[in-house]
Write a protein that binds this ligand. Structure first.
Ligand code: ADP
Ligand code: MG
Length: 161
């Protein structure tokens, strides 16, 4: 696996959603994506873009208390995790998360650091931060599938690698 990192900037919320859409398509609607970044960094907004790509038109809220929200959509299944309130990574076992990650689905994980030691490795790790105008997204591949996805995304977004 070659090291692949791309950096994107989203000037506003609509751009953030658009990148989420392109990411979902680049991943072929499957894989594991970690979303790092502080509260307000735009993780859930990016997840909304991903969900839009798979055909979900409704609201998207971080599943802060339930830890995971499953979506069964036209183009596949998505599991949206928010592990901010996870006390112990082993709790993921009781949630049935093992089957969710084994499923041929797309898993989006906010606050993956809380699940460290239990979570399977990511195909793409995204770190979001605030910049003067919008958000910066640093996307790093963690597998061959992730490398291919980021190469496709770089073309789609005309980014530099
Ligand atoms: N690229 C962006 N530029 C400007 N505002 C953004 C951008 N992405 C998201 N936001 C806004 O930032 C706020 C927090 O976003 P959210 O996705 O809920 O963050 P998180 O899930 O990381 O806590 C929302 O009001 C959202 O509209
Ligand atoms: Mg959130």
């Amino acid at each position: 696996m070659s090291k692949t990192t791309i950096i994107l900037e989203a000037g506003d919320e609509a751009a953030q959603v658009a990148i989420g859409r392109q990411l979902a398509e680049a991943l072929g609607y499957r894989g594991i994506v970690y979303l790092n970044g502080e509260l307000g960094a735009g993780k859930t907004t990016l997840a909304r873009g991903v969900l839009r790509a798979l055909g979900h038109d409704g609201a998207v809220k971080s599943p802060t208390y339930t830890l995971v929200e499953p979506y069964d959509l036209e183009s596949g299944r998505v599991y949206h995790f928010d592990l901010y309130r996870l006390a112990d990574p082993e709790e993921l076992e009781f949630l049935g998360a093992r089957e969710m990650f084994a499923d041929n689905a797309l898993a989006l994980v906010e606050w993956p650091i809380r699940g460290e030691g239990w979570l399977p490795a990511a195909d793409v790790v995204i770190t979001l931060s605030l910049i003067q105008q919008g958000r910066r997204l640093v996307l790093e591949a963690g597998s061959d599938h992730g490398v291919q996805a980021l190469q496709a995304l770089a073309v789609a977004s005309r980014a530099f690698s």
